[in-house]
Structures are given as structure tokens and as C-alpha cells.
Design a protein around this ligand. Structure first.
Ligand code: NAD
Length: 492
């Protein structure tokens, strides 16, 4: 079954076609079947959408927070009612399995739930008598029009890292989703339309780099949230910050897991396998390199190869399939190239997922689980984000060396350790220079009420997405210092 949808922008409370002339064909990555044409938009679209958002801001900011969140309570309800349908759309356009699409939508909805607490979260603080008879108060106010630019790999979850907080804080919001997966948000915005937000409060703008650049440059856009590759994150950060705008950019990743000999091998292998090959390795928190310490090497390598070999690859909508395709032919070729480069740099290709030939899905973009053993430290393979189902194995003799391997990587999104030793776990947690740490956890994904804390090349900015950081990001602080001398007032 196929759901072809016209990709439209949504602004001023209505749907509108893009004025841009170029289009990108959206295909189902498992079948190669065309799903839609995505018009890529131009600067004219950006002006129309941002102007609508700017006009809506004065009234929206005056809407009491308790009223603003009523829209979000209803939004959560609609997302629940349409949960399966949205998850299915994500699988159709992205390729991940239905279970994975459900998982990301669940994590997205959690952000809507957290943002419903804005009447409490957005409160400021105060102190009486900072000097005799003088009181001081900090209040938070919304910024104005804020924008988010999101990647292809979580079509439902990542936009929801931003949208609910931005709106609840009283900003008007423009979402520019990845041009490669426009259909999930198209459907979510149909639900938002039903909620009848005042026109211009919540807006959807499709397009690619040209639209992103015009969005950042628009004088009415006060803040930009970005998630995507590090190269683009740097560009967005430089451009927005250069114009004095508030900006947070989450970039790429190369996540390590360290396995100590005292880890429970069957459980560890199962968890690491899910982390490395879930979503076909296209998760910013996917484990990309496993570092075994001492005697963990042999049992982990053997058990990991067995586990990876057993993964059922296929169409994500089919029962029993554990891993879907990668998002595009281009990604498939890039990942296959990275596997070849790993071999030429001296790694042993323990499991080769190139050209897996999935029966009935010959036109799909499949790469099966791949393991590169003995990846040389410092090689390009050890440093570069592959963003596919490829796990590198690195073997060292001590926890110290393992931490050095993690620290030597330019990225700092996540790292995990598997061990029964509290002392080793504490040392790892204390020393490892990454922002999301897992201890006997494969995908160290913070809950919605904690910040998504990438470090180093995985994050540019100060305030992260989600939770209290999101509230800080989407509000401006204002401090009021008051003196009310009795003699200046009428006496009562
Ligand atoms: P991408 O950088 O290609 O695109 C992300 C967004 O930026 C898209 O909306 C795209 O239209 C826009 N864009 C692309 N090139 C641009 C340019 N030159 N100028 C302006 N805008 C541009 O990323 P992707 O391939 O969609 O997503 C995968 C990447 O995202 C991976 O590197 C992954 O690690 C990263 N990611 C990071 C996190 C995190 O939390 N750190 C989460 C998810 C994905």
C-alpha cells in the first residue's frame, strides 16, 4: 500500500504550494517506489512563512501559558490517536522498522508532555529587599519567531525536540524538516491544523539549503535550532551567530562502547548489536565503535559476529524484520565506500554487508550489518562518522587506553561502558569527554526532561535541546528592580 502525498507548506493556518521550481523525488528506501515530489522552495517561501509567524507573535505571547499548553494537551491526544499511522509514514519514507518508528514517535511525544509543564517551567525567581525597600524579579519572556532545521534520521522525534517548547514558551515557530523525509511532518501538521492554533503560530516550511540560508538570514528569525551533520552545523552556527542570533546546533557523532571482561557477554552483545544496527546505524546515538578491554576481546567478537549475522534485514513494514534499508542510494554507496576504505586501511572485514541482495526488494537501498575488526587507531575509519550499519572493533589492554580511544575522537555525542565494576564505571563517567554517557546502556538517549547533551564536534552552542535547557533557549531573561517609596504613593 502506498500513500502519495502532496508536499505543501503550512503557514497562516493554511496549506500552500511552494513557489520553488526544483523538486526532490521522495522514494520508499526499501522498495524504490516513488512516494511524492518535494518542491524545494525558495527565499520567497521563507518570507511568506516568517512574515506570518512574525504577525502572530504579539497575540501569542499575550496568550497565558496555561492557555497555550491546552493546545499541547490536545496535540498529545491527537498524536496518540494517530500513532500507528504516523509511525507507518516514517517507515515508508525513512526505511526504519515499524517498531523503530513507533519508538521515536514515543520519545517525541514525551517532549510534548514535558512542555505541558511550561506554567511551572517558565517561572522566574525573585528576592525581596536586595537593598532596603528594593525588590528584584527575574521574568522569562519569549523571543519572537524561532526556527528549527532538522535531519532525515528521526522524521517525527527531532522536530518534537523543539516545537512544543518553542510554542509553550510563547514563541511562534517555523519548522524546516529534512527534504528527504517531508511526509511525516506533513501529516503531523494536518493534526496541528485541526487544533486551530491562531494563524501563523505554528508553521511548516519545506526546502533544502537555499531555504535554510534564507531562514537564518531573515531579520525576524530570532533563534535557530539545528540538528544534522557537523559540517552543516558549523555553517548554520557561524551564520546565525554572526548575525547575533541565538543558536544551538547538534552535529554528527562517532559513539564508542567500552566492554570490560566482567560484562555479561550475552546481554552486552544483544544491547550493543541493537545500538549499532538499529535504524540501520542511522542514529546519532548509534554505537559505531566497540572497544574491548583485555579478555573481553575474544568472547565479544565471537558473540557479536553471531548476533549481527542473525539480524533479519528487509522491508520495515514486514513482520519479523529487524533492520531496514538506509535512506538513499547515495547513502548506500557512501557506506559501501567506507567499508572498502576500512579494509584498505588494514581492518579485517569480519562481516561484509555490501550488496546483500534482499529477495523481492532488489531496488531497495540495503546494507546488511557489517563488522570491521582491528580498526587501526587514528585511521580515517576510526575517526569518521559512517552513519550506517557498520561496527568497528578496536582492542586495548586497559580502561585507561579505552578512555583515550574515546577521547581521541573529534566527536563527543555519546559513549557507553559495559561492566560489573562500579569503580571502572565511575572512572569512565568521570573522565570520558562526551555529553551522553551510558553505563550498561546501549543508546544513551536522555529522556525529554533532561538535556540532549552532545559535546565537542557533536554540538555547537551552550543550551541543548529538550527539558529545562529548551525553556532557557526559548526565553529571554528580564530582570526588574523595584523601589516603591511610601511618600510617592497616595496613602491608604
Ligand atoms: P544534513 O546536515 O545533511 O541535513 C540536516 C538539515 O540541514 C536538513 O534539514 C537539510 O535540509 C539542511 N542542510 C543540508 N545541507 C545544508 C547546507 N549546506 N546549508 C544549510 N542547510 C543545509 O544531515 P542529515 O543527513 O539529514 O542527518 C544526518 C546527520 O545528522 C548525521 O551526521 C547525524 O549524526 C546527525 N544527527 C545528529 C543528532 C544529534 O543529536 N547530535 C541527531 C540526529 C542526527
Amino acid at each position: 500500500m502506498r500513500e502519495a502525498t502532496e508536499v505543501l507548506n503550512f503557514f497562516n493556518g493554511a496549506w500552500s504550494p511552494s513557489a520553488g521550481e526544483n523538486t526532490l523525488q521522495i522514494v520508499n528506501p526499501a522498495t524504490g517506489e516513488k512516494l511524492a515530489d518535494n518542491p524545494l522552495g525558495d527565499a520567497g517561501d521563507v518570507s511568506r512563512v516568517v512574515d506570518a509567524a512574525a504577525r502572530a507573535f504579539p497575540d501569542w505571547r499575550r496568550t497565558p501559558p496555561g492557555e497555550r499548553v491546552q493546545y499541547l494537551f490536545k496535540f498529545k491526544q491527537l498524536l496518540e490517536e494517530h500513532f500507528e499511522e504516523i509511525a507507518r509514514l516514517t517507515t515508508l519514507e525513512h526505511g526504519k522498522t515499524l517498531a523503530e518508528s513507533r519508538g521515536e514517535l514515543r520519545r517525541g511525544i514525551e517532549n510534548v508532555e514535558v512542555a505541558c509543564g511550561i506554567p511551572t517551567l517558565m517561572q522566574g525567581y525573585n528576592l525581596e529587599d536586595v537593598a532596603r525597600g528594593i525588590d528584584e524579579t527575574m521574568i522569562r519572556q519569549p523571543l519572537g519567531v524561532v526556527a528549527a532545521v532538522t535531519p532525515f534520521n528521526f522524521p517525527s522525534m527531532i522536530p518534537l525536540w523543539f516545537l512544543p517548547y518553542a510554542l509553550a514558551c510563547g514563541n511562534t515557530f517555523v519548522l524546516k524538516p529534512s527534504e528527504r523525509v517531508p511526509l511525516t511532518m506533513r501529516r503531523v501538521f494536518e493534526l496541528l491544523e485541526r487544533l486551530q492554533f491562531p494563524p501563523g503560530v505554528v508553521n511548516l516550511l519545506n526546502g533544502n539549503r537555499e531555504v535554510v540560508d534564507a531562514l537564518i538570514d531573515h531579520p525576524d528569525v530570532r533563534a535557530v535550532s539545528f540538528v544534522g551533520s557537523t559540517a552543516v552545523a558549523r555553517h548554520v552556527y557561524r551564520s546565525a551567530a554572526g548575525q547575533g542570533k541565538r543558536v544551538q546546533c547538534q552535529g554528527g557523532a562517532k559513539n564508542h562502547v567500552v566492554i570490560l571482561p566482567d560484562a555479561d557477554m550475552p546481554t552486552t552483545t544483544r544491547i550493543v548489536s541493537d545500538s549499532a544496527f538499529g535504524c540501520a546505524g542511522q542514529r546519532c546515538l548509534a554505537v559505531s565503535a566497540a572497544v574491548t578491554v583485555g579478555e573481553a576481546r575474544e568472547p565479544f567478537t565471537r558473540s557479536m559476529a553471531e548476533m549481527a549475522r542473525s539480524i533479519k534485514v528487509g522491508y520495515g513494514l514486514e513482520e519479523g524484520v529487524q533492520m531496514g534499508p538506509v535512506v538513499s542510494r547515495e547513502s548506500q554507496r557512501r557506506i559501501e565506500g567506507a567499508i572498502g576504505r576500512g579494509a584498505s586501511e588494514g581492518a579485517e572485514v569480519l562481516l561484509d554487508g555490501r550488496n546483500p541482495g534482499i529477495p523481492n526488494y532488489e531496488r531497495g537501498f540495503f546494507v546488511s550489518p557489517t563488522i570491521l575488526d582491528r580498526v587501526p587507531p587514528g585511521s580515517e575509519t576510526s575517526r569518521t562518522e559512517i552513519f550506517g550499519p557498520v561496527l568497528s572493533l578496536i582492542h586495548v589492554d586497559s580502561v585507561e587506553e579505552a578512555i583515550e580511544v574515546v577521547a581521541g575522537n573529534p566527536y563527543g555525542n555519546a559513549a557507553s561502558i559495559f561492566t560489573g565494576s562500579g569503580a571502572a564505571a565511575r572512572k569512565f563517567r568521570y573522565e570520558v569527554p562526551v555529553g551522553n554517557v551510558g553505563i550498561n546502556i546501549g543508546v544513551a538517549a536522555p529522556m525529554a526532561y533532561f538535556p540532549f547533551s552532545g559535546w565537542k564536534d557533536s554540538f555547537l552552542g551552550v543550551l541543548h535541546g529538550q527539558g529545562r535547557d529548551a525553556v532557557e533557549f526559548y526565553t529571554e531573561k528580564k530582570v526588574v528592580i523595584e523601589r516603591w517609596p511610601r511618600e510617592w504613593s497616595r496613602k491608604f
